[in-house]
Design a protein around this ligand. Structure first.
Ligand code: SF4
Length: 391
């Protein structure tokens, strides 16, 4: 196989990892790939720059057994790998021809986590030292790797991610016997957080993580409780939610992204977990969408975990977005005055987001708001907002 053939396979399998698209505003963007060069993905990175990124695995073989993952050791799919020199030189050649925003490097586990990290960091080291590449490199941190491997990664990367996968040890234990939630995931996440704390040498490194949604019978409440903790206690920048869509779709189709179960998990791992019924494609994507909306409320609207309402089973409602639900359950909070309301109060108004709230606050410093028409909201937003505001 030449490099292009290998990348066709390796990059297709890298599509399951969303956590490199550090600041992508529209989750649907995560699923797109370049139609001519399928290893290129559109992304918006932490500094606000957007463009295309080469996203690949070093190998799509894996010694681990995560049931939700198409790379797991029991899956029957074509396997390949690429060398560090080979990948670095291909990337540099490509970057000379096309404007690339950077490189996302991940890998299946090659025997041990540290051995895999050696391969990932060797590629980054060649790029940094031999080719003097100063651009964006996102490196995946493999669960269970040593502190020394994390230190080396931080010395080379612009961004790192380590996927939490599930909200809690019991949930993960249903999906894999290879990874210990506390030892292999939570401890490294805490270490990354400490090493990148404010004022530290690596404070500028962007940190992300990802949940697989719907594979371990977890609830949205559990996922968002961990999400909140990762923002508040571990200072992670972005969390991603990847809908488990077992058996649906075709991962060979550009733009498709599927976590697939190859074979019958009940037969392979009956001792672990009776797999939940796979929800319809639309249901799981709507669930993913509601999780992203809640996450956005945490990051950009000043909401806390306690502000999110769940149904009796601990899940977000499908038929109402979480901000609208909060507004409906807190009529005492409204109407919010456009001319006097604080930024925090305005952000609680359905239909108003950070951009329009910023414009209202800027506008009212120079002119008086006498009627709702004075703020010139687009009509669809005004329709949503008008019962919750006054001049
Ligand atoms: S360790 Fe990662 S690549 Fe390997 S099976 Fe688990 S999720 Fe997939």
């Amino acid at each position: 196989m030449d490099v292009v053939d290998k990348l066709d396979i390796l990059s297709r399998d890298a599509q399951y990892d969303l956590s490199c698209a550090c600041s992508t505003k529209n989750p649907a963007e995560h699923r797109k790939r370049d139609k001519d060069n399928a290893w290129l993905y559109p992304v918006t990175v932490a500094n606000g720059g957007s463009g295309i990124m080469l996203k690949t695995l070093m190998t799509n073989s894996c010694s681990n057994d995560c049931l939700y993952c198409p790379l797991r050791n029991t899956a029957d799919s074509p396997r390949t790998g690429i060398g560090s020199d080979e990948l670095a030189s291909f990337f540099i050649d490509l970057a000379a021809k096309r404007h690339l925003i950077g490189l996302f490097l991940s890998s299946g586990v090659m025997g041990t986590a540290d051995r895999t990290m050696d391969k990932l960091t060797a590629t980054a080291e060649i790029l940094r030292k031999k080719y003097r590449y100063r651009g964006y490199i996102h490196i995946k941190i493999i669960p269970g790797c040593s502190k020394a491997a994390i230190d080396k990664t931080l010395s080379l990367a612009s961004a790192v991610s380590l996927n939490i996968e599930t909200p809690g040890a019991n949930r993960l234990a249903r999906l894999t016997q290879s990874k210990n939630f506390d030892r292999d995931i939570i401890e490294p996440l805490k270490y990354i957080s400490e090493q990148t704390a404010k004022g530290s040498r690596y404070a500028k490194i962007h940190k992300t993580s990802q949940f697989i949604v719907g594979a371990s019978d977890e609830t949205d409440r559990e996922i968002l409780s961990y999400t909140w903790g990762m923002y508040r206690r571990l200072n992670f920048h972005r969390l991603y939610f990847s809908a488990y869509q077992g058996g649906l779709g075709d991962p060979a189709i550009p733009g498709e992204r599927r976590h697939r179960i190859v074979g019958e998990p009940r037969m392979q791992h009956s001792q672990l977990f009776a797999f939940p019924e796979v929800p319809s494609n639309q249901d799981i994507l709507m669930r993913e969408h509601r999780l992203y909306q809640s996450d956005y409320l945490f990051r950009c609207y000043g909401f806390t975990f306690d502000d999110i309402d769940f149904d009796q089973s601990g899940n977000l409602l499908f038929d109402k977005d979480p901000k609208q639900l909060w507004a409906d359950r807190h009529p005492e909070y409204y109407p919010v005055s456009l001319s006097k309301g604080s930024k925090e109060a305005l952000l609680r108004v359905p239909g108003l987001g950070p951009i329009f709230v910023g414009r209202i606050i800027k506008g009212r410093s120079t002119s008086i708001i006498r009627t709702l028409d004075d703020v010139r909201l687009p009509s669809h937003l005004m329709m949503k907002a008008k019962s919750y505001i006054c001049a």
